[in-house]
Design a protein around this ligand. Structure first.
Ligand code: C5P
Length: 239
């Protein structure tokens, strides 16, 4: 098995407008800690983490302050976020390359807003993909019936068999992913799509429903409830 060593790109340059928070959603406080810090803590506790990057918007002045209060020794900040997620991820990969990270090193790309990720899920992805030629992603078989809309009404019901919801982290080799993103352009909404367009078939690795992306205002409450349930003080008072 490969030596367990991976780099992480956290695209963190979105405005998070769908969450209706005052500041970008990655800075929303959950249990008095910014969302992005919960995300970073999970990676800091995962075995194999090497030099990694947080990609923020050029005008972002918050992340540096956040990291002063909650230091993340393996992460550096790159103010190179772009207009789309794909651009921000590509900027992060370029930043890692500029720091000397090798073309064949594994990189895990993870949304800052998936703050319920755990070291165990990161390990599951690593173990499933580390010997693979392409890499893969955490994903969940679609649990619900899938409808296509037509003017606010059901247009048709789609067959959900064999359909998965893509999550992150998504794990690929640095240069394969760079090339795929450069060729795919800005429209792709995840790394696996870029790899697919380049002719690869990423591995689907079964994840958990709790690894959802905080998107809407109500997701913040759900994330808060799960984090509270996980916290040691809550656990000892329940026992
Ligand atoms: O907008 P969405 O929730 O899909 O964003 C997913 C992740 O991509 C978030 O962590 C967000 O900060 C990041 N993003 C980015 N640059 C953009 C848009 C989104 O880094 N231009």
């Amino acid at each position: 098995m490969s030596e367990r060593r991976f780099h992480v790109v956290i695209p963190c340059a979105g405005s998070g407008s769908r969450a209706s928070t005052a500041a970008p959603k990655q800075y929303a406080l959950l249990n008095d800690i910014p969302m992005v810090v919960h995300t970073l803590n999970a990676f800091q506790h995962a075995v194999g983490l090497a030099q990694s990057v947080l990609v923020v918007a050029p005008e972002d002045v918050t992340m540096t302050d956040v990291l002063k209060q909650w230091p993340q020794p393996d992460f550096f900040v790159s103010h190179t976020g772009g207009a789309t997620r794909a651009q921000s991820v590509l900027a992060g990969l370029n930043a890692l390359k500029a720091q000397g990270v090798g073309a064949d090193e594994w990189v895990l790309v993870h949304d800052a807003a998936r703050c319920l990720i755990t070291p165990e899920l990161i390990q599951t992805l690593w173990l499933a993909c580390c010997e693979d030629k392409v890499g893969g992603l955490l994903a969940l078989p679609l649990p619900d019936t899938l409808k296509a809309e037509n003017n606010g009404r059901v247009g048709t019901t789609l067959d959900r068999t064999g359909k998965w919801l893509a999550q992150t982290p998504q794990m690929f080799k640095l240069d394969m992913l760079r090339q795929a993103l450069i060729s795919a352009g800005e429209a792709v909404t995840d790394e696996a799509s870029a790899m697919e367009l380049a002719g690869h078939s990423p591995l689907l690795v079964r994840s958990a429903a709790f690894n959802f992306k905080v998107t809407y205002a109500e997701d913040l409450q759900m994330a808060q409830a799960i984090l509270t349930d996980r916290s040691p003080s809550t656990r000892s008072s329940v026992v």
